[in-house]
Write a protein that binds this ligand. Structure first.
Ligand SMILES: Cc1cc2nc3c(=O)[nH]c(=O)nc-3n(C[C@H](O)[C@H](O)[C@H](O)COP(=O)(O)O)c2cc1C
Length: 198
């Protein structure tokens, strides 16, 4: 079984919805399962440490989740054109995996949600790829054979799926955005299977 980690942070639920669609795409291939994980918010109170188990939703990610997965889909809301701090904080804890090369050669892909159409989807997606490249992961995007890339009037980029959630974060994931999330999950699962088979 190829277990692909879908690791995301979401404050208002938009990136969480995208993660579910990516997971659906992953699980549409035989022998492929999605392991969905999130990360806790970063506290401004350094003295306080967060509970190790969230009150609701998927469990918090551990380094073992990264070690054990055959591929990674990483999702974050856009924050000032970049990934959200809680996700970056978790990634900054992965030095031991970098030292051992545990993620080198595994396929990875990224997805994001913004409030506004031109609010930095591409910059966020591209900058999310940087630590994954340092880990030696093989980055996948979306090809234009996924025709929703040409027809979407909201999110969707060749660098990865994206969603325009609106200022109140309430706009639903559009049909095109959803299709592109599913396509990314399928593509990641197919690459994981091929690479795992050698
Ligand atoms: C600190 C902060 C910075 C943000 N920066 C941007 C931004 O640069 N561009 C943008 O379009 N939206 C920005 N947003 C809005 C979030 O990207 C948007 O609410 C996101 O889609 C919510 O995702 P979620 O529902 O998964 O939490 C920002 C939100 C916060 C709290």
């Amino acid at each position: 079984m190829n277990e692909i980690l879908v690791l995301y942070y979401s404050r208002h639920g938009a990136t969480a919805q995208m993660a579910q669609h990516v997971a659906f795409g992953i699980e549409s291939l035989p022998d492929c399962a999605a392991r969905i994980r999130t990360v806790p918010p970063v506290s401004t109170l350094c003295e306080a440490s967060a509970d190790t188990i969230p009150a609701a939703g998927p469990p918090y990610a551990t380094l073992d989740d990264l070690r054990e997965c055959t591929g990674l889909a990483l999702g974050s809301p856009t924050r000032f054109g970049n990934m959200a701090a809680p996700l970056k904080y978790f990634i900054d804890s992965t030095s031991s995996l970098w030292l051992s090369g545990a993620l080198a050669g595994k396929p990875a892909a990224v997805f994001t949600s913004t409030s506004s159409l031109h609010g930095g989807q591409e910059t966020t997606l591209l900058s999310m790829m940087l630590p994954l490249l340092h880990h030696g992961m093989l980055i996948l995007g979306l090809p234009y054979t996924e025709t929703e890339l040409l027809t979407t009037t909201s999110g969707g980029t060749p660098y990865g799926p994206s969603h325009t959630a609106g200022t109140d974060s309430k706009r639903p994931v559009s049909a095109e955005e959803q299709q592109l999330c599913v396509a990314l999950g399928r593509r990641l699962a197919a690459a994981s299977r091929q690479l795992a088979a050698g």
